[in-house]
Write a protein that binds this ligand. Structure first.
Ligand SMILES: Cc1ncc(COP(=O)(O)O)c(C=O)c1O
Length: 370
């Protein structure tokens, strides 16, 4: 763990200490409120449940602390992504998306931005710099990409986008702020699905946007307030709780992935492995340069769909499930959703189980599947 991550994680546990008064609960209260007591001039006070909520404020303080930038909470990762896009685009704009990133971002652009007059181009993450960014209003990067785990050079993309006058939005879902810091690398806006490792227990959907640009922050806040795409207080409370243990969970998950990825690559049942932490991975050098950790996602390709499904179903410590980042290791064959990956490609999300117990179960299932 970098020194800065250690400091951020330690301070996170004590953020509320600064404003607590005697007798206050140490944990943030869950506040359910549509109305606030509001006599007279409303300016400067909480006004209405679609505008403000104290439990959002608690989770935004924690997320903002990790991002080192003001953060806004959303009901899902897609809620955060949609806010970043819709608050900043207008007819005639052109945007660039990764062709191999999370497919729903492309679906939103195709289904809802194009009909409003926004042109949408895509490019593979591994070649994201090719062709430059002239003519774009907004460039959206996702690195490592989900599910293929390709990487683009965020500092170079940020410099190119800035030169072209484009905003850079970075989806940091696969890494969390403890694994990669897109704003420090020059991104204008970071978006993330806190549904994944930040929530961490597979029981909540959530997202956030963070930016150090006051104008962008105000526009995205207005989008949330006016569109009504607001998070529920209980979800905010759950994610706050999750964030307090993110550093320990993320550390275990990444360390286990680093230990397990090379063993997977060496197993006879496995055709190939993508993991940025593997020395031979095409993403490795860039990952070393721009990421704090190599992450907890491992791409495992089997010879065919049947072997892949046998591996997932046969492993007693793998949840066969979509999504990732939970305390429980989970996996799925991404081709079942139509992703452009091999039929036998499995996205494996390493959880918090003790590493050697997890490997024992994975190895047993590999032996049986292969
Ligand atoms: C990279 C990435 N971004 C965004 C999302 C969307 O998050 P949510 O499902 O919370 O809307 C996901 C979901 O899997 C994702 O993997």
């Amino acid at each position: 763990m970098s020194e800065e991550n250690g400091r951020l994680a330690a301070e996170l546990a004590h953020l509320r200490r600064g404003t607590a008064t005697k007798g206050d609960p140490v944990a943030p209260p869950l506040t359910l409120a549509s109305m606030y007591h509001l006599p007279g001039d409303p300016a400067g006070f909480r006004q209405y449940g679609r505008f403000d909520n104290p439990t959002w404020e608690a989770v935004e303080e924690a997320l903002g602390h990790l991002e080192q930038a003001p953060a806004l909470a959303f009901p899902s990762g897609m809620g955060a992504i949609s806010a970043a896009l819709f608050a900043n685009l207008e007819a005639g704009d052109r945007i660039l998306l990764p062709s191999d990133g999370y497919y729903t971002t492309r679906a939103v652009a195709d289904r809802f931005l194009k009909p409003l007059g926004v042109s949408v181009d895509t490019r593979p993450t591994a070649a994201f710099l090719d062709g430059g960014f002239d003519g774009y209003r907004l460039v959206f990067a996702e690195t490592p990409s989900n599910p293929g785990l390709d990487i683009c050079d965020l500092a170079a993309v940020a410099a190119g986008a800035r030169k072209a006058g484009a905003l850079l939005v970075a989806d940091n879902t696969t890494m969390t702020p403890l694994g990669q810091r897109p704003l420090d690398l020059g991104a204008d806006i970071v978006v993330a699905a806190d549904t994944k490792a930040p929530g961490g227990h597979s029981d909540v959907l959530f997202g956030h946007v963070a930016t150090r640009d006051d104008r962008l922050l105000a526009a995205i806040r207005d989008w949330r307030k006016l569109s009504g795409g607001i998070p529920g207080p209980f979800e905010a409370w759950l994610v706050h709780r999750g964030l307090e243990t993110l550093e320990v969970r993320f550390d275990r998950m990444c360390s286990s992935a680093e230990a397990i990825a090379p063993r997977l690559a060496a197993h006879r049942a496995v055709a190939s492995v993508r993991y940025p932490g593997l020395a031979g991975d095409p993403s490795h050098n860039l990952a070393r340069a721009q990421m704090q950790r190599f992450g907890f996602l491992v791409g495992v390709t089997f010879g065919d769909a049947r072997t892949a499904e046998r591996f997932i179903d046969g492993c007693r410590l793998i949840q066969p499930a979509t999504s990732f980042g939970g305390v429980h290791t989970s996996a799925e064959r991404r081709a079942r959703w139509g992703d452009a990956v091999a039929e036998g490609f499995v996205r494996l999300s390493i959880g918090c189980e003790p590493t050697e117990e997890l490997w024992k179960a994975i190895a047993e299932s590999l032996d049986a599947a292969g």
